[in-house]
Design a protein. Structure first.
Lengths: 492, 311
């Protein structure tokens, strides 16, 4: 292999303000109601708790809406509605169920702009991502599973698939609408009914989605959405009528759920945390690898369970990769999530921001070298500059714990074997990336890396037809594809 | 002339690093989602006007056509805030006619030479053509490389020819046309860029295409060449300039190319000594959009012709 000539470190490019992009705020109305009730049995229903809590926009810390707090009685009401609806919905023909899913998908596409703006206001992700990724991929999941609804017989040839019953689904705050789609679409395609709880900080698009369900004419009780915090989730998990719990979120809560369900006949799928290795070999296309590294860790402010948060780079190209990464960071645009030119938006909540700050502090204290571009962060709102750590060793907290923020830890390796060893040295196993010009190495690495998804010469690619899920403490069960579908059905 | 070296290209790519097609096209797709509005749009449009090499390269070109081209280059619009273009680009025979009109102005005269567009003439003939254009007053020479030799692995021959043309240019700026569509792969485009840059002088250009093949400048090959220029600069300190040519017809496209420059090479390349557009129809659309930004309305379609032949 070539020894790449080290570049002169003193030579720099000037990324200044000679030609600045003017603010380009997305101005389409989000149509967010001042207050949202629960969605039970096809109706917006005031919570029996008589309590609402504020949802804050992380971009400017302003109140977006009031969200109903569901208590046990509310969750019971939702389960009663879902149980009642199941007897009819489960006997509805697949073609008929598919019709509703197609309708939902199309209605979501029709209102894509509005949903993208709402998602960005409520969650802080850049409008570029909610517009180009979250909403279109959410619609794609409904389209994909609409296609399965009348073809379930082909998912398990020679056998018959039957729905499970009422499914309790708890989703995280990083992709509120997309995770909703990942959960609801396969459940409905298989004939289940649903109780879904969005994350406490990001309930707005889920509640807006209820109006799409109404417009689609979905029978009452098939989908019920209850909002609230941890206690609401616990009520769902404990409810005796739940045939299955599907959870996406942190490993700590996932373990709690699994303990709680032990000894019951409830099914469980978990999609939990990750600490993915993004492995760059010396023969990789470096500029595209740098772009993929940036996409892997700074996509959605790093609030991605499969984020490529550990960069493993071969020693011979480590300097070049670090230099190019630092250069690339200088023209990432951090700021107002609603600006169409923003690359990195707001951290989802103050709590998450504090967690990121704490872990970054530990990285500095443990001796890793920190690199942050000089960028002006807005005064109000929760923001964190994109951060690189070099000279990281495997024992550092920033190399072991999931940060869930725009922070990349850079480690080096010398041989492919060492790369695999280091990549697998983590309790997690959700995803990994491999960058090399050598096709055979990609295939070998993909069998040796203990990760549910291995991306080659790209990162963070999702498709409804491709199953997604983890190994080890990253959970079990798959979402998307035939495998994801089968997690919502029993073979009879 | 048997200088073919079967591993020359492979070892050059290995040395400078490969390009991943999917990755680079994904990168440039992001440029197209940038939203450039208001003052930053006006600034970009004027900057783009100042970077245009207003071009006519047709068999039917006449001194009269070149004269109207030159006047258009000097005064693209009555609005005095709209700058002149960087240059006009003509065949060697017409250089002296352009010189009459442009002498003393800021608009340079570029001339394609070296048996443009194929380059399939003896080297002596090509060099003689370069010298003739220079002595007629060309400020810049746009040469083509021998793509056949490149694809046959005769990289040393290709590089020696570029060096020979550079010497024939004297003090005249040289632009080296890679003809990206004939090189086909991004790896080849990156390799050819380095081959050329290694014998060029600071301020000389590498250029995508002749405009005479079906596929010309794209954001993808522009990006490959910008990254090559960046890597070469960081390694050697030599600032090579860039000229995408052909296929950039609208103001919107031009702005996307400028975004690529801003986010790849930075402010030092955002001027017409470091970046040019080889184009004919583009200028009218830039002017049309500038008028629209100023007045809020598009001018009547006959105000500025869509046809590249009408100046």
């Amino acid at each position: 292999m070539p020894a790449k000539r080290p570049n002169n470190p003193a030579r720099e490019l000037l990324f200044g303000d000679l030609w600045e992009y003017d603010p380009a705020p997305e101005t389409a109305p989000a149509h967010i109601a001042p207050r949202y009730d629960l969605f039970i049995n096809g109706q917006f229903t005031a919570p029996k708790s008589k309590k609402w809590f504020d949802s804050i926009s992380p971009g400017n810390e302003q109140k977006v809406s009031e969200i109903a707090l569901a208590n046990e009685a509310d969750v019971n009401a939702a389960f009663a509605a879902a149980t009642a609806a199941f007897s009819k919905w489960s006997k509805t023909s697949g073609a008929e169920r598919g019709k509703y899913l197609y309708r939902i998908a199309r209605l979501l596409q029709d209102r894509a702009r509005e949903f993208a703006v709402a998602e960005t206001i409520d969650g802080g992700k850049p409008i570029r991502e909610s517009r180009d990724f979250d909403v279109p991929v959410a619609a794609a999941h409904f389209f994909y599973h609409a296609g399965w609804a009348d073809k379930l017989a082909y998912a398990a040839p020679g056998r018959t698939l039957a729905p499970l019953g009422v499914v309790g689904q708890i989703i995280p705050w990083n992709f509120p609408l997309l995770m909703l789609a990942w959960k609801i679409a396969p459940a409905l395609a298989c004939g289940n009914t649903v109780i879904l709880k969005p994350a406490e900080t990001t309930s707005v698009t889920a509640m807006k989605f209820c109006s799409i369900l109404q417009d689609a004419g979905l029978p009452p009780g098939v989908v019920n959405i209850v909002t609230g915090a941890g206690d609401t989730g616990t009520n769902i998990i404990h409810h005796p009528a739940a045939a299955k719990i599907a959870f996406t979120g942190s490993t700590a809560i996932g373990k709690f759920i699994q303990r709680t369900l032990a000894g019951t006949d409830k099914r469980l799928t978990l999609e939990l945390g990750g600490k993915a290795a993004n492995i760059v070999f010396e023969d990789a296309p470096i500029d595209q690898a740098v772009e993929g590294i940036v996409n892997g860790i700074f996509f959605n402010q790093g609030h991605v369970c499969c984020a490529g948060s550990r960069l493993l780079v071969q020693e011979s190209v480590a300097d070049e990769v670090l230099r190019k990464l630092k250069m690339r960071l200088r023209h990432l645009r951090v700021g107002d999530p609603l600006d169409k030119n923003t690359d990195i938006g707001a951290i989802n909540s103050r709590k998450q921001l504090e967690k990121i700050q704490e872990l970054v502090k530990s990285g500095v204290q443990e001796g890793a070298e920190i690199h942050q571009p000089a960028c002006k962060l807005p005064k109000r709102g929760f923001y964190f500059a994109p951060t690189l750590f070099s000279n990281v060793s495997l024992s550092h907290r920033i190399a072991r714990e999931e940060i869930f923020g725009p922070v990349l830890s850079i480690l080096t390796f010398r041989t492919p074997e060492e790369a695999v060893e280091k990549a697998n040295n983590t309790p997690y196993g959700l995803s990994a990336g491999v960058w090399t010009d050598k096709g055979s190495r990609i295939l070998k690495m993909s069998t040796e890396l203990k990760a549910g998804v291995v991306w080659a010469n790209t990162y963070n690619k999702f498709d409804p037809a491709s199953p997604f899920g983890g190994y080890k403490e990253s959970g079990f069960g798959r979402e998307g594809g035939k495998q994801g579908l089968l997690d919502y059905a029993q073979i009879v | 002339m048997a200088r073919s070296n079967p591993i020359a290209l492979r070892s050059l790519i290995s040395e400078i690093g490969p390009v991943d097609q999917v990755g680079i096209e994904e990168r440039v797709a992001k440029y197209t989602t940038r939203s450039i509005k208001k003052a930053s749009k006006v600034q970009a449009l004027k900057l783009a006007v100042s970077m245009v090499d207003l071009t006519t390269l047709e068999g039917k070109d006449t001194p009269g056509k070149v004269a109207s081209l030159c006047l258009k280059a000097l005064h693209p619009h009555d609005d005095p805030s709209i700058p002149s273009t960087a240059a006009v680009c003509v065949y060697p025979r017409l250089v002296k006619h352009a010189k009459k009109l442009l002498r003393g102005s800021s608009v340079k005269i570029a001339s394609v030479a070296t048996a443009f567009p194929s380059g399939q003439a003896p080297l002596a003939t090509r060099l003689a053509e370069v010298r003739a254009a220079v002595s007629d007053g060309a400020d810049e020479i746009d040469m083509v490389i021998s793509r056949g030799a490149f694809l046959a692995g005769e990289l040393a021959l290709v590089q020696d020819e570029i060096a020979a043309v550079r010497d024939a240019c004297g003090k005249t700026t040289l632009k080296v046309i890679l003809e990206t569509s004939e090189l086909e792969t991004y790896d080849n485009i990156r390799a050819a860029s380095f081959l050329a840059m290694r014998v060029l002088r600071p301020g000389d250009f590498i250029k995508t295409s002749t405009g005479k093949t079906s596929s010309n400048a794209t954001l993808g090959n522009n990006q490959v060449m910008l990254e090559a220029i960046r890597d070469f600069y960081l390694e050697t300190g030599t600032e090579i300039a860039m000229k995408p040519a052909g296929g950039i017809r609208t103001a919107k496209q031009a702005i996307q190319f400028l975004i690529a420059v801003k986010e790849t090479l930075g402010d030092a390349w955002l001027n017409n000594a470091r970046y040019r557009f080889g184009a004919s129809a583009l200028l009218n659309d830039l002017v049309r959009q500038l008028a629209k930004e100023k007045t809020g309305a598009y001018q009547a379609p006959y105000t500025l012709s869509e046809a590249s032949g009408s100046y």
